[in-house]
Ligand binder design. Sequence first.
Ligand code: ADP
Ligand code: MG
Ligand code: MG
Length: 252
Amino acid sequence: MLEISKLHVSVDDKPILRGIDLAIGAGEVHAIMGPNGSGKSTLAHVLAGHDHYTVTSGEVRYRGRDLLALSPEERAREGIFLAFQYPVEIPGVANIYLLKAAVNAQRKHRGEPELDAVDFLALVKDKLQLMGMSQDLLYRSVNEGFSGGEKKRNEILQMVVLEPKLAILDETDSGLDIDALKVVAGGINAMRSPERAILLVTHYQRLLDYVVPDRVHVLAQGRIALSGGRELAQELEMRGYGWVEAEAANRR
Ligand code: ADP
Ligand code: MG
Ligand code: MG
């Protein structure tokens, strides 16, 4: 599904990622963990095609294609979805309007008929329920005045409506209380399928109690310093990130 080789990325001429190698197969859930500032969001944004980040070298292949050659819009159409760490507010644009436009753009691309408002509402209702969201959130401006938890749920709602092939979730768990965390985890788990890959970026292992990853990777010094199974997340929770960073620094 995704194969990242020797990826180097800079922001404003400052090297942030310094040689990332990562392969994620269809059906897998991988977690990227790491201390603040280690480059987790940079990796997530670069995969989605955010233009603030410059790939200085390396390669990313997505379903056999050169991902870096695709525009952000093409990436989205080809099934890549990014849930933001800091979801953007879009005043004046109703949440339902944005969701419907995104779904219809996808359908058009696949040569399927567009959904009208009635059909779309029918489709979205179940997913709202899955996310424990009230219907009035659909008619409010995107994320405007949403609580932190509502914003994160709304990101996951977008994901379950769009059914991406590769979902990248950037700290969707941060700032959630335990009930909201379980709802968000339920949404993510509902998306697990043999045809889909999920990359969970998280600072804490808490989410991984509910969404059990196949692999866990630790970013430090702009590289994947350590990879392991789900038990690695538990070890990090107990020991912190300092030892991984020290080991990564030693190896350089
Ligand atoms: P993480 O998500 O792991 O906390 P980030 O990817 O957000 O880390 O940041 C990694 C480093 O890149 C930090 O030092 C951060 O200051 C820098 N950085 C990220 N985005 C930008 C940006 N848009 N402009 C300048 N520096 C940035
Ligand atoms: Mg951070
Ligand atoms: Mg981040």
